[in-house]
Ligand binder design. Structure first.
Ligand code: ACO
Ligand code: ZN
Length: 421
């Protein structure tokens, strides 16, 4: 049975109703679906999802921002509470989840928590469908180091934390608590000033740590919970044993501050070199995403393999990979010397793939996306215009921070020989 809410003059709003909602900053009206309702300080607020917009823009709005006169009742077939991601309800560019989200809450072994009512965890997996609960953001705000960050999506933190205005997270061990007091007590005894695991890269103030999901389970699980607030479309793996986590930090006199990370399966039968990747919002759009991606391909180069990110990619994930692939491939084409006995430089798709560790399919899709492949006198050739080269050079000038392979101290392990990791 859908929920029914009574509003205004006897009008009824049901979960799944669609109606125009006034966008923030008065940027016009946009069709939205109602997913929830709550009372807050005497006001009724509705949780809405804007059709064709990414779910991170979902928000609580008051009745005044809704045009009730244009309300459309939910159509029968699509409106069960257990609706899947990507089903009709205007999920837009967001790819659908391949599986139901796996929910569980990580172990918190800190005795401090016994006073703070954080539920004890069993560590077992509880499978939930992507129901009305997981479709809505459950955490208002987090504080991580010197940043306050508004989450984008649902993340299965303990229920108790969903009713506090701010969840406080230790920026070093990623433990979460419900108040500044609890955080202060925690910080007084938390000795970490960097992620656990080995520092495998450092250049100037940028470091990477490699964390084994089996050896540092609590940290890995806390990292997954934090990441889930910004990753919508992926199944979250709480069994962190099969994964390695590469955490990128910025170093200052106080410690190593987490900027972002990617996870990677110890063994991937599908040649995935990244499972999930994230730049924390305060650091986004500054080139760190591409730095993480570049690092993941440097690891693949050390392994002598080509790799590709796990699918599906998010909208921002696709933008970042497209940009990285384009720049990396154009850089190679730009630096090619004319080959012997020919005026034109010669290179094959396989060679581009080997030089960059970018999987062949991604090289081809990038060349197609850039519209560089032409059919000429019976064969496929790559043609680059002067304008394309100029704009490429300009975009490379903007890419200030780069990975320096000389600063990477890492050797791949053969996980297949290690029995059960
Ligand atoms: N709007 C438009 N373009 C954007 C945006 C945005 N909000 N964010 C990044 N881009 C573009 C940038 O313009 C840039 O391209 P350009 O250099 O050609 O202009 C490119 O994407 C990369 O930008 P970076 O600054 O290097 O990337 P950033 O640090 O912002 O991180 C990331 C990108 C990791 C995808 C980040 O947006 C993020 O963490 N998002 C949430 C989690 C997510 O979606 N992860 C990817 C999931 S797919 C997977 O896990 C395999
Ligand atoms: Zn800590």
């Amino acid at each position: 049975m859908p929920l029914i809410w009574r509003i205004g003059e006897g009008q009824e709003l049901t979960e799944g109703c669609r109606l125009p909602v006034l966008l923030k900053n008065g940027e016009g009206w946009h069709m939205a679906e109602i997913l929830g309702k709550k009372e807050m300080t005497g006001r009724t607020l509705f949780y809405v999802h804007y059709e064709d917009f990414n779910k991170r823009l979902d928000e609580w709005v008051p009745e005044e921002r809704m045009d009730i006169s244009k309300m459309m009742l939910p159509s029968k077939e699509a409106k069960t509470p257990q609706k899947k991601e990507g089903s009709k309800a205007g999920t837009g560019s967001r790819p659908c989840s391949p599986e139901p989200i796996q929910l569980t809450v990580p172990m918190q072994s800190d005795p401090l928590d016994q006073n703070s009512n954080v539920p004890r965890q069993t560590g077992s997996m509880v499978a939930h469908h992507d129901d009305i609960v997981t479709r809505m953001k459950n955490i208002e705000m987090i504080e991580l180091g010197r940043y306050r960050i508004k989450p984008w999506y649902f993340s299965p933190y303990p229920q108790e934390l969903t009713s506090t205005p701010i969840v406080y997270i230790c920026e070093f061990c990623l433990k979460y608590v419900k108040s500044t007091k609890c955080l202060e007590r925690h910080l007084a005894k938390c000795l970490l000033r960097h992620p656990p695991g080995n520092e495998i890269y450092r250049k100037t103030n940028i470091s990477f740590f490699e964390i084994d999901g089996r050896k540092n389970k609590a940290y890995a699980q806390n990292l997954c919970l934090l990441a889930k607030m910004f990753l919508d479309h992926k199944t979250l793996y709480y069994d962190t044993d099969p994964f390695l986590f590469y955490v990128m930090c910025e170093l200052d006199t106080f410690g190593y501050h987490i900027v972002g990370y990617f996870s990677k399966e110890k063994e991937s039968s599908e040649d995935y070199n990244v499972a999930c990747i994230l730049t924390l919002p305060p650091y986004q759009r500054k080139g760190y995403g591409k730095l993480l991606i570049e690092f993941s391909y440097e690891l693949s180069k050390c392994e002598g393999k080509t790799g590709s990110p796990e699918k599906p990619l998010s909208d921002l994930g696709l933008l970042s990979y497209r940009s990285y692939w384009s720049q990396t491939i154009l850089e190679i084409l730009n630096n090619l010397e004319p080959s012997e006995g020919s005026e034109q430089p010669l290179i094959t798709i396989n060679e581009i793939s080997e030089l960059t560790s970018i999987k062949k399919e991604d090289v081809i899709s990038t060349l197609q996306h850039l519209n560089l492949i032409n059919y000429y006198k019976g064969q496929y050739i790559i043609t680059l215009s002067h304008e394309q080269l100029k704009s490429h050079e300009k975009s490379m000038e903007k890419r200030k921070i780069r990975i320096d392979p000389k600063c990477l101290h890492w050797q791949p392990k053969d996980w297949s020989k290690r029995g059960k990791w």
